[in-house]
Ligand binder design. Structure first.
Ligand SMILES: [Zn+2]
Length: 213
């Protein structure tokens, strides 16, 4: 058995969404200063690094991160390679060969190459899903979908009301963003995704493992 850690390391100089501050890690106790232990105070946006979007991220009054179904977060998963330069569409998914009944899908795109240097600044020109892909995945019964950059939908989608997020979250599909798949081959794995349990949380960083048996 091999375990692939596909989460980003949380560090002060990591790229964040424009307008969101990066994580701050401040010492509370340090043994080097005579304290009994090492403890830090950490401050970060709840969509920092590898993270999960719960329905309340875009649908007011809907479940927060503490109510994301845990059985969607753990189980068989397909890593699908997308080598195009455009966004992933329903038409492309028609030919992607995804087996019927697939419940968890992670898209490995050229975005993952950016994570080779974890301090590479945010780049709005990333590959994402278009609205037809979101509807395709909902119709196929997918319960979790992940992407290897900081949003599942193209940059600037706020102008058109974030239709990809809305379509997925309305159907209770769990969205995982900010995956680092550069070292992972396409294929079948067991997924373990553990967002923190913030009460009514609007998102949470997650540690994500792909288990290869
Ligand atoms: Zn997010």
């Amino acid at each position: 058995m091999r375990v692939h850690d596909v989460s980003l390391t949380i560090r002060a100089d990591m790229p964040t969404w424009p307008g969101e501050a990066g994580p701050l890690i401040a010492p509370l106790k340090r043994m080097a200063r005579g304290d009994s232990s090492n403890v830090s105070l950490v401050t970060f946006g709840d969509h920092t690094g590898t993270h999960v979007d719960p329905p309340v991220h875009f649908i007011d009054g809907s479940p927060g991160i503490d109510r994301v179904p845990v059985d969607a977060l753990v189980g068989p998963c397909q890593v699908v390679a997308f080598t195009g330069d455009d966004h992933i569409s329903g038409t492309w998914l028609d030919g992607a060969g995804l087996a019927r009944g697939t419940e968890r899908v992670l898209f490995k795109t050229r975005n993952s190459e950016r994570w080779r240097d974890p301090a590479t600044p945010f780049d709005k020109d990333f590959i994402a899903l278009d609205e037809t892909a979101a509807h395709w995945l909902v119709r196929a019964g997918v319960r979790l979908v992940g992407i290897d950059y900081l949003s599942i939908e193209p940059f600037g989608s706020g102008k058109i009301g974030h239709p990809v997020h809305i379509a997925l979250l309305r159907a209770n599909v769990v969205i995982v963003e900010g995956l680092d798949l550069h070292d992972v081959e396409p294929g079948g794995y067991e997924l373990v995704c553990g967002p923190l349990k913030f009460q009514d949380g609007t998102g949470s960083p997650a540690r994500v493992f792909l288990i290869e048996r």
